[in-house]
Design a protein around this ligand. Sequence first.
Ligand code: GDP
Ligand code: MG
Length: 370
Amino acid sequence: PEAITVGELAKRMGEKGADLVKELFNLDMMVTVNQTIDQDTAELLVEQFGHNIQKVSESDVDISAEEDVDPEETLQPRPPVVAVMGHVDHGKTSLLDALRKTNVTRGEAGGITQHIGAYQVTTKDKSKITFLDTPGHAAFSEMRARGANVTDIVVLVVAADDGIMPQTIEAINHAKAADVPIIVAINKIDKPEANPQNIRNRLLEHEVIVEEMSGDVQDVEVSAKEGTGLEDLIEKINLQAELMELKARPDRDAEATVVEAQLDKGRGPVATVLINRGTLKRGDTFVVGTQSGKVRALINDQGKQVKEAGPSVPVEVLGLSGVPSAGDMLTVVENEQRAREVAQYRQEKATEKRTALAPTSFDTMFNKSN
Ligand code: GDP
Ligand code: MG
């Protein structure tokens, strides 16, 4: 059992040491500020000062703090979620477009895919891969900053006629910080001046060591323009995903992450989410960030309405009370009252956080009066 001095405990509780000593005296314990007390006594004190009440209500309402881990036997394999990153003009958008065209189950009707920020490709062997169509590094770090780690694999695009550029390094750092494996796509190999070997060598300096150089990072030469190497890239993504044994429980209330959201003129607030676990269904009541709602419609990456969406599936959600932020967690709750309660709680928390972050406003105040 841990021991703590009365003074230290007071500091952590934000109370005066003398007040704690007084309280301990009332509990028939004669101690000074510098003396240690055991954990049970400390807990008793905390309770006495009412700090526990706040704690209990927090875990009661802040559902994101819940630690409900799905039992192993309920888990099912899920498709990998892949983010394409790299320096500007190295071909991220071109590669995403080319990969989208490899989709074997692409609807014949029209073939005009709606842009929803993420899409899923069904490969020849019937496996699926989800691509995040938000190549901005800002979106990636924004989501990470909010504790949302939706990406399983980073495809690092490097133009073979260029080299390692600032945003290439940034992407490497993002992937490393998030502990996400990298697959290097050496792009533009159709160009006469392409020098893929040079890219492999230069990557060494950033501790990205490809297999050929006895490292464990897969690399593949592609041309987004001519469509070469795409099958190979997909195969390598699948191989990486297999190693990771990605799983999620499908038969439970959904938890999803907002990839992007906006206010649509005709449809109101719309969010593209990626299902982390569970299955999101039409009619589900949910909280998303500080907003709440009821699923009015779900629209897939082909622009078609669907009744439900399972793990790793990207889907547009209609029926929100307002526009959430990228990285916000969508959580299905039992009813609308509960949804409002949780949303309200999160709103208050957000306000508190802003207020807590505002001590600099004192400085501003003083500066202004000067
Ligand atoms: P992003 O900024 O990383 O999204 O790059 P883009 O996909 O917009 O591509 C930048 C430029 O490179 C465009 O002019 C593309 O047509 C061109 N490009 C992309 N991939 C290839 C490729 O494989 N070969 C060639 N020759 N050009 C490419
Ligand atoms: Mg682009």
